[in-house]
Every structure is written in structure tokens, then in C-alpha cells.
Design a protein around this ligand. Structure first.
Ligand SMILES: NC(=O)C1=CN([C@@H]2O[C@H](COP(=O)(O)OP(=O)(O)OC[C@H]3O[C@@H](n4cnc5c(N)ncnc54)[C@H](OP(=O)(O)O)[C@@H]3O)[C@@H](O)[C@H]2O)C=CC1
Ligand SMILES: CC(=O)C(=O)O
Ligand SMILES: [Mg+2]
Length: 576
């Protein structure tokens, strides 16, 4: 909106009065006269939100709020994270991505196309924020379980970084949602006149990696030490292998998911009453998440006394061609070879049911994108084979979940130890309220990123990822443990992120990759205080911005009159 401003008066400000702040900001008269507290503003937002019927409408409303009043948005999310996370993240973000181009209204991140190679650095210079500390980057090739969504996948970096701010206190202006437009295999989008990405097939793996080389260099040149989170790439292994030892980066789907599932599995294995050596895990899905999760659990089983070979043999991975074995006849991609079995005939075990009948698993893990793949028949068998079957349907969004909480509970007489990727509500079962766990990497990636930023880690080591899982598994309260929960209450996620970040920092220090000197001598209490002191707090941020403006008013002749920033992340306080 463009408004003609009267000249800014300089002499008559009452610096304790918010209307003076408005006059200084030249917003006086543009907003109704009452100066509402943030509490009242939040109440208004919640009411407006509740009037919208569809989740996607709520998503769009919240996006608008983030772009117009960033601190209010984050205060709202922080205080109501359990209710709002499903609206700005999975499952709603899936629908938001599908509709991204048709709903587009304003920039929310940076888009870099294959055509930009050779001058990626200059595109980065267009980003209006100076002090970026973390980016979430995707090429949109495997968005949740929805397949190749091209640049419409931008909802994922935007959503993940919103959680970084709400759940781990990373300043919003320190985050960069990054979309790599490398073409798309989605013919529907190529034919769609409203699709806003390049309407060409995807570039090859080699071309993509070459492009990534330039991107990683350019990012680190512009923001040295920036933490890079790779997200939702169809084949993320080559990039992690190449850049992992050279830059501060991690892959959320391989490593973050591995850590979050391990965090829940540690508790589930204890509750199942069977030691690690007696666990048998069948995985539906042998992709980035499936293999990442299985590898983290192998590391845990080894700490429980198994050799690597013994630990590895506790896993049977099933992909779209059946059980992953050496004798299948197809050339297995590198990431599947580690778990490929040589003791079962592939011909006999083509379906999940056949593999399950063979193995009689104690753990059933779903990272396949196939909604409903854990049939009531299979779930019932899990209940017959186990006193406490561990059932984790982890695919997102909700429609892709391998089973519902209700089916898992009904088919196992309420005995399942359950976690899903997208949230399910509690259910009443035989007079009891049963609450499902949410095994989603949102429990760890904010703390991993915060820990990497604060320790100034040069790389993200496997020990840092493992430490995040252990921290998560230890973060349950006595009352949560008494109810046999596998994950802490989502409303406490900020506290959980602090614990995760602390352990990540300690692991970075131990691995010799931390460059921040302050953390060396800190005990736990001091470290916790220090971590918390570094976290963005939307309520105090609002007060700080108001104070800053008042200070400027007191000191007007010397000031330049600017307050805060006003970048793409909406660093604007429109209520002032
Ligand atoms: N809860 C959480 O925090 C997370 C959940 N996820 C979810 O996990 C799912 C998978 O992600 P990701 O591993 O990255 O994806 P990938 O594409 O890398 O892997 C998918 C795997 O599922 C297999 N698959 C596909 N269709 C079938 C089928 N009909 N029968 C058996 N197996 C099948 C694929 O087989 P093939 O190899 O033969 O193609 C592949 O091994 C997604 O839905 C994603 O949302 C991912 C990360 C975190
Ligand atoms: C949660 C997540 O990262 C995924 O589904 O890909
Ligand atoms: Mg992901």
C-alpha cells in the first residue's frame, strides 16, 4: 500500500506512548486507534483462524500473517504449536505444495534455476537479509510422499524453517528457504499454465550435482559457515556423501529421520520387553528415510552389545520390487547394498505380507509413501506375534500413512507401540484415552540446526546426529514416561529442542569440529542458559523493537529514523 506521509514531526513525542511510536513509524491513522496488546491480537487471529473451515484456508491465512506481522505469527505458533504445526507443516503443507503455483501471492524464499548456473552467487545477493545462518534447500523431486512437485515444493523449506524459528528460536531473518528449479518430471505441472517453474524435464543427476557444486560454494562465500539442510531430494545420497565432509550440512530425510525414529525406538524397545538382539524389523521402503532410519538403529543395537553383522541382520527391507536381496537380478543402488540379504530367496518374498510371514517381525516400519499398506490383516498378525508390537507408519502426509492409529490399536487389542509421521488424534479404547506418538523429524532438526549454528560446527558429524536421538529419548517427563509415550508432548518442543541442541553442541565439541570457544568449559546448567539466551523469543522481540523505536524517539536528532528491517521474511511490525 502506498500512502502519502505528512512530514515527520520531531518535537512533540510522548515516548512512553504507543501512538507516538505509530507517528514516528508513520503508521498513525492507518490502524484503528486502540493499541492492542499482543495477547489481544493473538485472540483475534485465533478467532479468524477458527472461522476458516478448510486447513488450506488456515494455511494461507497464517502465511499472510507471517508475511505481514512476523513476531505475532511466531508468538502465535510458539504458544499454540500443537494446534498450528499441522497447519503450517505436515499434513497441510502437502496440499499447500500441490497448490503452490495457483495460490502464489508473494515471495517467501529464493528460487534458483538451472539456467542461473555460472552466476548463482549473484542470485543469492538478491536475498534481502544480511545475516543468514541456515537454509533448507530442496529440488522438489520427492516432496513428502507426493512425488515430484517441482518448484511447488517450496512449501517444505518455508514450513521447515518456520519450525526452526518457532521450535528452536532461530531468528526468522537468519533463515533462507531455497528452491532449486531443475525442471520437473511432473507432466501435469509442465502442462499447467499456472505452474511457475521451468517447464522442462529434470536435468540429469550429473548436471544436478555440478549445479550443486556451484551452489554450495556460492552459499559459503556469501554466508560463511551457513548450515545447509538438504530436504526431499529423490536421490539425496550423492550430495550428502560429497558435501557432508566439506560443509556444515546434513540431510534431514536420511539423518534427521534416522535420529527421530531412533529416539522413539529406544523407548519402544524398552517397553516391548525384548532386548535388541531379539528384535526383528521389517521396513516397507528402502529409500533415503528407510535406509537412514535402519542405519541409526544399527548404531544403537551395536551400543547394546551386538556386532555390526548381528545388528544388520535384524533388518529386512522391502522396496517396490519386494525383499531387497543379493539374488534379485536388478542392480541395487549403493544405499540398498548394506542391508541386502543373502539368506532369503527373492523369488519367494515379493510382497510385504510374504516377508512379514517369513520374519514375524517385532518392528514394522513404514517409509514407503504407500497409504494403507499396513492392512488390518497384517496389523492383526503383528498383534498375534508380539505382546507389544512396534508399529511406525511414518510416511507423510496423512493420506500416505501406512495405517491409521485407530487400525493399529483395534487390530492389536490396544497393545501397539505406535508412532506416525503425520499427527493422529487420541482415541478412546476400552474406557481409556490412548495418545499416538508422532515420529516426525521436527523433533530433532530444529535442535540439530541450532546446535550446529551455536557451536559454529565446521561439519555435522554422525556423533552429533546420534546425540540428538539420545537427547530426544531422554527428554520425556516422568508423567509422559508413566503413560508409556514414545515421544514428548509436542507443546514442549521448544524445551526439547534446547536439550537436543545442547547434546549436539557437546558432541561437536567432543568431535573437535566446534569453532565456538565459549562452550569448552561450560557445565550443563551454564550451557542451557547460554543456549536459551541465544534463542529468538517473539514476545520479547516485539518489546525489543518497541523499545528500540522509543529509544530512537528519545534520541531523534541523531537517529536515522529506521526501525527493524523489512525483508522478504516480513520483519515488519505492522501493529506498531
Ligand atoms: N516421519 C518423518 O519424519 C519422515 C517421513 N518421511 C516419509 O517417508 C516416505 C519415503 O521417503 P523417502 O525414503 O525419502 O522416499 P524415497 O523415494 O527415497 O523412498 C521410498 C521407498 O518406498 C519404496 N516404495 C514405493 N512404492 C512402493 C510399493 N508399492 N511397495 C513397496 N515399496 C515401495 C521405494 O521403492 P524403490 O526403491 O523400489 O523405488 C523406496 O524404497 C515419504 O512419504 C516421506 O514423507 C520421510 C522423511 C521423514
Ligand atoms: C517429514 C519429512 O521430512 C518428510 O516427510 O519428508
Ligand atoms: Mg523431508
Amino acid at each position: 500500500m502506498s500512502v502519502a506521509h505528512p512530514p515527520r514531526a520531531t518535537g512533540d513525542f510522548d515516548t512512553t506512548n504507543s501512538s507516538a511510536v505509530r507517528r514516528y513509524n508513520r503508521t498513525y491513522g492507518l490502524i484503528p486507534p486502540t493499541v492492542d496488546s499482543q495477547e489481544v491480537q493473538m485472540k483475534r487471529c485465533l478467532m479468524q483462524l477458527s472461522r476458516k473451515e478448510k486447513s488450506i484456508e488456515k494455511y494461507l491465512y497464517l502465511s499472510g500473517l507471517r508475511n505481514s506481522n512476523v513476531h505475532l505469527f511466531y508468538r502465535l505458533v510458539t504458544q499454540h504449536v500443537k494446534a498450528i504445526a499441522p497447519l503450517i507443516y505436515t499434513p497441510t503443507v502437502g496440499e499447500a505444495c500441490i497448490q503452490w503455483s495457483s495460490n502464489y501471492v508473494q515471495p517467501e524464499g529464493l528460487y534458483i534455476s538451472y539456467e542461473d548456473r555460472g552466476h548463482i552467487g549473484s542470485v543469492l545477493h538478491n536475498w534481502p537479509e544480511k545475516n543468514v545462518e541456515i537454509t533448507v534447500v530442496t529440488d522438489g523431486s520427492r516432496i513428502l510422499g507426493l512425488g515430484d512437485l517441482g518448484i511447488n515444493g517450496m512449501g517444505i523449506p518455508v514450513g521447515k524453517l518456520a519450525l526452526y524459528t518457532a521450535c528452536a528460536g532461530i531468528r526468522p531473518d537468519a533463515t533462507l528457504p531455497l528452491m532449486l528449479d531443475l525442471g520437473t518430471g511432473n507432466q501435469h505441472f509442465i502442462n499447467d499454465p499456472l505452474y511457475m517453474g521451468t517447464k522442462k524435464p529434470r536435468v540429469s543427476e550429473e548436471e544436478s550435482l555440478e549445479f550443486m557444486d556451484e551452489l554450495m560454494q556460492a552459499l559459503h562465500q556469501k554466508w560463511p559457515g551457513i548450515v545447509v539442510q538438504f530436504e526431499d531430494f529423490k536421490n539425496p545420497f550423492p550430495a550428502l556423501e560429497k558435501y557432508g565432509p566439506r560443509y556444515t550440512c546434513f540431510n534431514d530425510d536420511i539423518q534427521g529421520t534416522g535420529a527421530v525414529v531412533l529416539g522413539g525406538i529406544i523407548s519402544a524397545v524398552k517397553q516391548s520387553g525384548r532386548p535388541a538382539k531379539d528384535q526383528r524389523a521389517v521396513f516397507l521402503g528402502a529409500g533415503s528415510a528407510g535406509v537412514g532410519v535402519a542405519k541409526q538403529i544399527v548404531a544403537y543395537f551395536m551400543r547394546e552389545g551386538l556386532t555390526e553383522e548381528e545388528a544388520k541382520r535384524c533388518f529386512w527391507l522391502v522396496d517396490s520390487k519386494g525383499l531387497v536381496t543379493n539374488d534379485r537380478g536388478d542392480k541395487l543402488p549403493d544405499h540398498k547394498v548394506y542391508f541386502s540379504r543373502d539368506d532369503n530367496n527373492a523369488e519367494q518374498y515379493k510382497t510385504l505380507e510374504e516377508v512379514a510371514d517369513l520374519v514375524k517381525p517385532t518392528i514394522l516400519m513404514g517409509l514407503s509413501t504407500i497409504g494403507g499398506a499396513f492392512t488390518p490383516k497384517l496389523l492383526t498378525k503383528m498383534g498375534q506375534w508380539n505382546e507389544k508390537p512396534i508399529i511406525f507408519p511414518l510416511s507423510n502426509p496423512s493420506a500416505n500413512s501406512e495405517c491409521t492409529f485407530e487400525d493399529a490399536i483395534k487390530c492389536t487389542d490396544g497393545r501397539a507401540l505406535f508412532a506416525s509421521g503425520s499427527p493422529f488424534g487420541p482415541i478412546e479404547y476400552q474406557g481409556q484415552t490412548l495418545t499416538p506418538g508422532q515420529g516426525n523429524n521436527m523433533y530433532v532438526f530444529p535442535g540439530i540446526g541450532l546446535g550446529a549454528i551455536l557451536s559454529k560446527a565446521t561439519i555435522v558429524t554422525q556423533s552429533m546426529i546420534y546425540a540428538s536421538a539420545l537427547a530426544l529419548s531422554k527428554s520425556l517427563t516422568k508423567s509422559e514416561e508413566a503413560q508409556d509415550w514414545l515421544y514428548p508432548e509436542i507443546a514442549r518442543i521448544r524445551d526439547v529442542s534446547v536439550k537436543v541442541a545442547m547434546e549436539v553442541i557437546k558432541a561437536a565439541e567432543e568431535a573437535g569440529v566446534a569453532r565456538e570457544p565459549h562452550i569448552k568449559m561450560m557445565g550443563d546448567d551454564e550451557l542451557e542458559k547460554w543456549v536459551r539466551s541465544k534463542m529468538y523469543e517473539p514476545a520479547t522481540e516485539t518489546a525489543r523493537v518497541e523499545d528500540e523505536v522509543r529509544d530512537l524517539l528519545m534520541d531523534l536528532p541523531k537517529s536515522n529514523g529506521s526501525s527493524g528491517t523489512n525483508g522478504v521474511n516480513g520483519q515488519k511490525d505492522s501493529h506498531l
